[in-house]
Design a protein around this ligand. Structure first.
Ligand code: ADP
Ligand code: MG
Length: 324
């Protein structure tokens, strides 16, 4: 059995995962506080997410995947803010200190930490049910952060990638859908456990964007957050919504659209911009090799309204996932 300090030393304070001393990180793991020196002209963007076993992931899932997902979903919030990742902290409660589980979990964290240049600078460990909390820290030029409150009527609404795949993946992982071939299974597994935080896209799009959010609860719910913060409404053209091809293979057209509109966990960027920026945004889409679709327009109302190809209003049963 590893002691708390063995865990920190062996699993978390390892090369490629924990932060070396840099201009930014004056002190990392090992002291009472970590110490950061924020460069002049930058603001610190912080975000925290908690992942509870059997609520946010099955407790039997591979530890490396749990680690990778825990950091990726947090990085997605930095992407939505247009911030550059720098460091993170980790709070973990565990029922037992299983060295193999912990090393694999730390390996999963390390793969994402090194890919996005976001090193571990501290945290906390205690015994309890399996719960993982990550807090990411990013830097953004003062005044340039993408917020939810900047959308105005007439702004175009855009989304990166395609939607609904993680919703389908969750049904597969929970055993509610089967009959997939091995290739599809691998794809669904990755869609759920390895969401790609759109960091590069968030940084590149920031100058053109008026408001933004990452799709964690579901497109309709998350667009609702932009509307509420911005004091505006939205109209979505349903045929323009990029429904993941994996859904259309498996579900009826209607079911696939509903899943794309309401299922969470895709971690794509949903953002608004003045219409004159549409061309620049589409040019960036090509340059970044990230699909971006214009799916509607902000309105002077307060609701999100969805219209089909004939212009008829369509409503969906639920907006997205809510815990309470
Ligand atoms: P304190 O008792 O002063 O809060 P701890 O003994 O809990 O400090 O932690 C010792 C050091 O190890 C601290 O620098 C802390 O940030 C770091 N640490 C603790 N848990 C973790 C973790 N899960 N991941 C990374 N660093 C950790
Ligand atoms: Mg202390």
């Amino acid at each position: 059995m590893l002691s708390e300090f063995d865990i920190i030393r062996q699993c978390f304070d390892q090369k490629g995962l924990s932060a070396p001393e840099t201009e930014l990180v004056k002190t990392g793991i090992g002291d009472d506080c970590a110490l950061l020196s924020i460069p002049t002209g930058k603001e610190l963007a912080l975000s925290m997410d908690t992942l509870v076993a059997d609520v946010h992931f099955p407790s039997s899932a591979e530890p490396a995947l749990i680690g990778a997902r825990a950091l990726s979903v947090n990085l997605s919030d930095l992407a939505a803010t247009g911030a550059e990742p720098c460091v993170f902290t980790l709070g973990i409660t565990l029922p037992e200190a299983d060295p193999d589980w912990l090393m694999a979990f730390a390996g999963g964290l390390k793969s994402i930490a090194s890919r996005y240049n976001c090193a571990l600078i501290g945290g906390n460990i205690s015994r309890g049910p399996l719960v993982i909390t990550v807090q990411v820290h990013g830097l953004v030029e003062t005044g340039n952060a993408i917020l939810r409150n900047g959308a105005s009527p007439g702004d175009k609404i855009f989304v990166t990638g395609s939607l609904g795949q993680a919703g389908l993946a969750l049904k597969y992982i929970l055993g509610e859908l089967d009959g997939f071939n091995a290739e599809e299974e691998a794809l669904l597994h990755n869609a759920y456990f390895k969401p790609v935080p759109r960091i590069e896209a968030g940084l590149a799009l920031a100058p053109f964007v008026s408001a933004g959010i990452d799709v964690s609860d579901g497109l309709l719910a998350d667009l609702g957050h932009i509307c509420q913060s911005s004091g505006a409404g939205a109209q979505i053209t349903l045929p323009a919504v990029p429904v993941s091809a994996h859904l259309t293979h498996r579900l009826s057209e209607q079911e696939a659209l509903a899943m794309a509109m309401t299922a969470g966990d895709d971690y794509e960027l949903l953002f608004t911009a003045r219409p004159e920026h549409e061309q620049s945004i589409m040019a960036l889409s090509l340059q970044l090799d990230v699909p971006i679709h214009c799916i509607g327009t902000m309105t002077s109302g307060s609701q999100v309204i969805c219209k089909d190809a004939q212009g008829a209003e369509i409503s969906f049963e639920k907006d997205g996932y809510q815990h309470f």
